[in-house]
Design a protein around this ligand. Structure first.
Ligand code: NDP
Ligand code: HSE
Length: 437
């Protein structure tokens, strides 16, 4: 049977899952491929560290260069993460005529164009299914299954750590720090968990997805990013009373003014399918102009699910190699520069929680400021006093412009009856789209 030799750089969580999955389903994969995949070398940082999988003697090396320049290796799998040296290894492998598989969302979000272009110039391919959504085939879905669609919107719960934290705060009443500690113990969180909780990991993933959805380069720095560190248990509770669940959403949407790309905590209506995505699961709710609404759901992180996605890319490329080719799909297209809608121009409904003294006339003062800024109130609830004599006033608005909201809240926060900075959370509209001829 023909052998296709691969080299893996990185044998941590995802590298271990990849090697284990290739081994567990070896017979099945060989049969499907009509060839066998042989892991020739694996590069790590420290060859002496104990490993979670049994390995043949001599397979490990600390010299990743040996893999990148080995003429027998047809596919290089980069699973070390971060920008350097991952970027240099990938570029060198592509220039040496090899196909590349990577799970490195940070690298693709920051240097994707350079890497795709290097692959195109070398006549090879970089495959990256595992970079977003762990085991969920979201990249394949966007690039292949939905190729005939204009993507009207893409809503994603793309960070398992944040979804886990919000679920535990909502359902078990845990504090943010208690829930984060649990997520770290379970192995979902990045080595630096601020990447998760500050929203940057979600922004990396959104940059990759929106680039594919809209055939345009989405610069990471143009994505609006707000993490979950400011979400308070009180807002989760009031949200629930009003029929919403707080989720960190990565959202891109085509509008008349441009493409929206944003990551922030969002109140999702309880009846929306994304509201029931719990713990470390990920989900993608995509609306295409032809297909309508679809939902992809599953495990967005961890050794086995992510290893499954890495193996799928290896098998895809091995199939192409068997046909005498080094590409399957080619690089993502960057056909048209598109306007990205500045956050100030985004229109949404909002949840506000004002902290104010409990005195006649306070509500009308706040409502007056909102009215002056074209913000119309849909509902109001006022809760009992706290010990300092301050009361939370919760409002839901009709659709308003972000710029008006920020300006209005600056004015409200300066009112002498307002005792603390106003909290606000954007609300997701639960619309459905049915394509028609
Ligand atoms: P880990 O930190 O668990 O593993 C990293 C591996 O890379 C280790 O084996 C380490 O070696 C090796 N390594 C680091 N630097 C070098 C180097 N310079 N040369 C050779 N080897 C090196 O990372 P993960 O497996 O969690 O993540 C890998 C990639 O997959 C990242 O891009 C991550 O963002 C992405 N990803 C991770 C997911 C997850 O669930 N963990 C899910 C989806 C994507 P040693 O073992 O000797 O220290
Ligand atoms: N830290 C990431 C998460 C890992 O929690 O989703 C998967 O990309």
């Amino acid at each position: 049977m023909e052998k296709i030799k691969i080299g893996i750089i990185g044998l941590g969580t995802v590298g271990t899952g990849t090697v284990a999955a290739l081994r567990r389903n070896r017979e099945l994969i060989n049969k499907r491929l009509g060839a066998s995949i042989e892991v020739k070398r694996i590069a790590v940082r420290d060859i002496r560290r104990p490993r979670q999988v049994d390995l043949p003697p001599g397979i490990l090396t600390e010299a990743a260069d040996e893999i990148v320049h080995d003429p027998e290796i047809a596919i290089v799998v980069e699973l070390i993460g971060g920008i350097e040296p991952a970027r240099s290894y990938i570029l060198a492998a592509l220039r040496a005529g090899k196909c590349v598989v990577t799970a490195n969302k940070a690298l693709l979000a920051e240097c994707g164009q350079e890497i795709y272009q290097a692959a195109a110039e070398a006549g090879t391919e970089v495959a990256f299914e595992a970079s977003v959504g762990g085991g969920i085939p979201i990249i394949k879905t966007l690039r292949e299954a939905l190729a005939a669609n204009r993507i009207l919107s893409l809503l994603g719960i793309v960070n398992g750590t944040c979804n886990y934290i919000l679920t535990r705060m909502t359902e078990a009443g845990l504090s943010f720090n208690e829930a984060l500690t649990e997520a770290q113990k379970a192995g979902f969180a990045e080595a630096d968990p601020s990447l998760d909780v500050e929203g940057l990991d979600s922004a990396h993933k959104l940059a990759i997805l929106a680039t594919l959805a809209y055939d345009t380069c989405i610069p990471l720095q143009e994505i609006y990013v707000e993490g979950i560190t400011a979400v308070e248990p009180l807002d989760i509770r009031f949200g629930r009373e009003l029929g919403y669940v707080v989720k960190l959403l990565a959202l891109s949407r085509e509008t008349d003014g441009g493409i929206e790309v944003r990551v922030h905590p969002t109140l999702v209506p309880e009846g929306h399918m994304l509201a029931s995505v719990r713990e470390a699961h990920n989900a993608f709710y995509i609306t295409g102009d032809t297909v309508g609404d679809i939902l992809l759901y599953g495990q967005g992180a961890g050794a086995w699910p992510t290893g499954s996605a890495v193996c799928a890319d290896i098998i895809d490329l091995a199939r192409a190699i068997r046909r005498g080719k080094k590409t399957r799909l080619g690089p993502p297209s960057f056909r048209q520069p598109r306007r990205l809608l500045p956050m100030e121009e985004v229109v949404s409904r909002y949840y506000f929680r004002f902290s104010a003294v409990d005195r006649p006339g306070v509500l009308s003062k706040i409502a007056g400021v909102l009215g002056d800024h074209r913000i119309s109130i849909a509902s109001v609830i006022q809760k009992g006093r706290d010990e300092g004599g301050s009361v939370p006033i919760v409002m839901i608005t009709h659709e308003a412009r972000e710029a008006d909201v920020r300006q209005a809240l600056r004015v409200v926060n300066r009112l002498e009856v307002v005792t603390a900075a106003t909290k606000f959370i954007r609300i997701l509209e639960g619309q459905h789209f049915a394509p028609s001829p």
